[in-house]
Every structure is written in C-alpha cells, then in structure tokens.
Write a protein that binds this ligand. Sequence first.
Ligand code: TTP
Length: 192
Amino acid sequence: MPQSSRIVLASASPRRLELLASAGIEFDVFASDIPEEPIPGEAPADFSVRLAKDKAVATAARTEGRWFIGADTIVVCDGEIMGKPADEADAVRMLKKLSGVSHEVITGYAIYDKERDGILCKPVVTKVFFKGLRDDEISAYVATGCPMDKAGAYAIQGGAAYMVERIDGSYTNVVGLPLCEVVEDLRTLGAL
Ligand SMILES: Cc1cn([C@H]2C[C@H](O)[C@@H](COP(=O)(O)OP(=O)(O)OP(=O)(O)O)O2)c(=O)[nH]c1=O
C-alpha cells in the first residue's frame, strides 16, 4: 500500500486494534500521548471527541499516512466522567457506583484526513445496565487487575461480562471503537 493511502490507528489500546482488524481493514498503529483531563464545565461527549481529535492530529504530525483514527472512551454515571481508575481503591469506588444502575459509555472518535486537512468526528453513546454487585464480586474482580486500564474500571468483553444485564446501543462502542460507524465513515471518506 502506498504511504499516502495508509490508514493509521492512533492508539495504544489492544481492544481498538483487534476491533479494527476484525473488519478486515489494513492499517498501521501508532500510540499517541495526549493528556486526558476534562476542561472544567466541558460536556462528557465534547471531552471524548476533543481527545479523539487530539490523538488523531498529534499522531498525524509525526507519522506517515493518510487517514488517522483517534478514539477515546469514557463512562458517565450520574454526571461523573470516569476514565481509568487511579488505583485499586478508585476501581472499587467506581464499580460500587455502577452497581445496580445504568450508565452511559461514550466513545468519541475522529478520522483525520492528513492530505486534505479535514476531520470527521462524532461521539457514540451506549447505555449499559449493571446488575447489583456484591462486595466480594467487586473485590475479586479488582484483584484480577483487569479494571486498571479500562474506563469505568470494567471490561464488558472480559471479567465484567456477567455484571452487564443488558445494553442499549453499540457493543463495540463499549469495548472502545464503534466499528459499524467507523467503517461506514471510512468508506464515505474513500479510505476503503
Ligand atoms: C467500558 C470499557 C472500556 N474499555 C477500554 C477501552 C479503552 O482502551 C479504555 C479507555 O481508555 P482510552 O483513554 O479511551 O484509551 P486507551 O488509553 O486505552 O488507548 P489510546 O488512548 O491509546 O487509544 O477502556 C474496555 O476495554 N472495555 C469496556 O467495557
């Protein structure tokens, strides 16, 4: 594939890589290093889209390629934006808050076309309903270490699968990349 037509996934997330690869798309991967802090008063969806854009554009500035995909996943529960937990105590706190209630998972994504200097970006929202969690379920799950690099301290595709009663919306969006939307946009842009 010529350098100029390459798709680049601007991410260190193994979940995003697996999802995009599962669609049969050829791409390169370069991790971005963007600070992930909300601006006071920033709406959750705006925050996730801003980070997605920053990841895509920052990676494009230092890497060969044409289309750069950035994404950011957050959990929003009762107005709180949950990124990755700071430590195990924070993971326990997050899971206790998610127990027995519904929350939103928002993945903002951006596709930056370096050649045209244009960007397409949007947030995708999935509603997730958790069963009530017992304290021993939470502590056993946190002890696995799995929650530590996941927004909201859980992985729907991993050890937290049994905690999810149902979802309303895209499953791949919860895992980290709304595949249906991203593939459709790549086609519309002429990247595929
Ligand atoms: C809610 C949820 C999140 N996650 C993951 C997806 C993301 O990798 C992570 C949220 O962190 P992000 O900051 O969105 O992504 P990242 O730091 O892992 O990767 P990068 O910024 O380099 O693209 O949480 C799951 O794997 N399963 C889930 O059920």
